[in-house]
Ligand binder design. Structure first.
Ligand SMILES: Cc1ncc(COP(=O)(O)O)c(C=O)c1O
Length: 377
């Protein structure tokens, strides 16, 4: 058996939509009906006024940051534990990303550390809803309002996640989603920005497509980017969005199954949690080995044993403050974020994709329990 960490679940409707786009010869990001259809429906789903497609989750992060005119000398507070795309997007603008430590239960940005890291140069907070669990937004939004800071949500892993009953993506200035193949909904590659801000919507649409002039097309209004999404990708994304309730439900059911199976390991392993007033969509079933002598430093061994059984895993993210390239460039120091350091090296995730069968799920769980059992007994 070979079980990948995530394989998309795509219905025949996607083939139908893609064929429609092909037969209409509407391939690009400028023509065709699927981009406007997807943008309208995704904004509806997230409860925001606008949604704008683009070429990747990284581009989705870069565009609102670029639109806010960030420059050298400005600082952006960023949750340290994330895919480094979150940090790269800030670096592209010339501003300095400042890593903020995490809360050890949700692994999301720590409000206490955020308050410590703010300076006169801070312009924005870029928080991540990591592994599908929403960050604790209310105190951060209030703090941002009173300090005149923008809040941008990295929702790459959290389509459909909710905070106090409201979907993520509409709490700050912009929400940034990825449509990469392993994400909750996918187009293979792609990204979406959600916003309630009419001006930002227009600026982002302008920047994502080379900032062409309005009257005189080739008198460009700005230094633009080509971050366009294609009509073919949007055809796939439309099918995914029609099925999003099922795709989210599937990931939640997978997590609930693993939670039950691994209940007895709670002295040894931190399983994913769901805080009150939050809806976790469990992008990936991510675990952290607790620091006890039996399992300490055994992460790689566990992943290797699972791999021998055909079960794919991924090691957890390496925080910004432990990335050698940024330490060498003196952009951070290893001890900037002790909570993130304490879990880095002992975290990993197991198959969580919506295409996994019941038989495969049971196979993953029983092999995992067996491997852990051998190590702790
Ligand atoms: C938290 C987070 N932010 C940003 C990204 C970047 O998205 P993309 O790969 O679509 O550029 C990803 C995932 O890949 C991610 O997990």
């Amino acid at each position: 058996m070979k079980i990948p960490v995530s394989k998309p679940l795509i219905s025949n409707k996607a083939t139908k939509y893609v064929n429609e786009a092909l037969s209409e010869k509407s391939l690009s990001g400028l023509f065709g009906k699927f981009i406007p259809k997807f943008e309208e429906e995704f904004a509806d789903y997230c409860g925001t006024k606008h949604s704008i497609t683009c070429s990747s989750g990284t581009a989705a992060l870069h565009l609102p940051l670029a639109a806010s005119g960030l420059k050298k000398g400005d600082e952006v507070l960023v949750s340290t534990l994330t895919n480094m795309a979150t940090f790269f997007a800030v670096i592209y603008t010339g501003a300095k990303p400042v890593p903020v430590d995490i809360d050890t239960d949700t692994l999301n940005i720590s409000f206490e550390d955020l308050k410590r890291k703010v300076t006169k140069r801070t312009k924005a907070i870029l928080l991540v809803h990591l592994f599908g669990h929403p960050a604790d937004l209310n105190p951060i939004l209030e703090f941002a309002r009173s300090n005149n800071l923008d809040v941008i949500e990295d929702c790459a892993e959290a389509h459909g996640a909710e905070y106090h009953g409201k979907k993520v993506g509409g709490f700050g200035k912009a929400g940034c989603f990825s449509l990469f193949a392993n994400k909750i909904i996918t187009a293979g590659e792609g990204g979406v920005i959600t916003t309630n801000d009419d001006d930002l919507n227009l600026t982002i649409r302008n920047l994502k497509s080379l900032a062409f002039g309005e009257k005189d097309k080739f008198q460009h209004k700005d230094i633009g980017y080509n971050y366009r999404f294609s009509n073919i990708q949007a055809a796939v994304a439309c099918e995914q969005l029609e099925n999003i309730s099922h795709l989210v439900k599937k990931r939640i059911e997978i997590a609930e199954f693993y939670n039950k199976e691994f209940e007895s390991l709670s002295d040894f392993i931190s399983l994913p949690i769901q805080r009150p007033h939050s809806k976790n969509v469990y992008w990936m079933y991510h675990m952290v080995l607790k620091p006890n002598e039996k399992l300490f430093n055994k992460r790689n061994e566990i992943c290797k044993e699972l791999s021998k059984k055909g079960i794919e895993t991924r090691q957890g993210f390496v925080p910004f403050n432990l990335q050698r390239i940024f330490i060498d460039k003196k952009m951070t120091k290893p001890n900037d974020c002790p909570n993130a350091n304490a879990i880095s090296g002992s975290s990993f995730y197991i198959p969580t994709g919506p295409d996994i069968s019941e038989k495969e799920l049971k196979y993953v769980a029983s092999n995992f329990l067996e491997i852990i059992d051998k190590l702790i007994n």
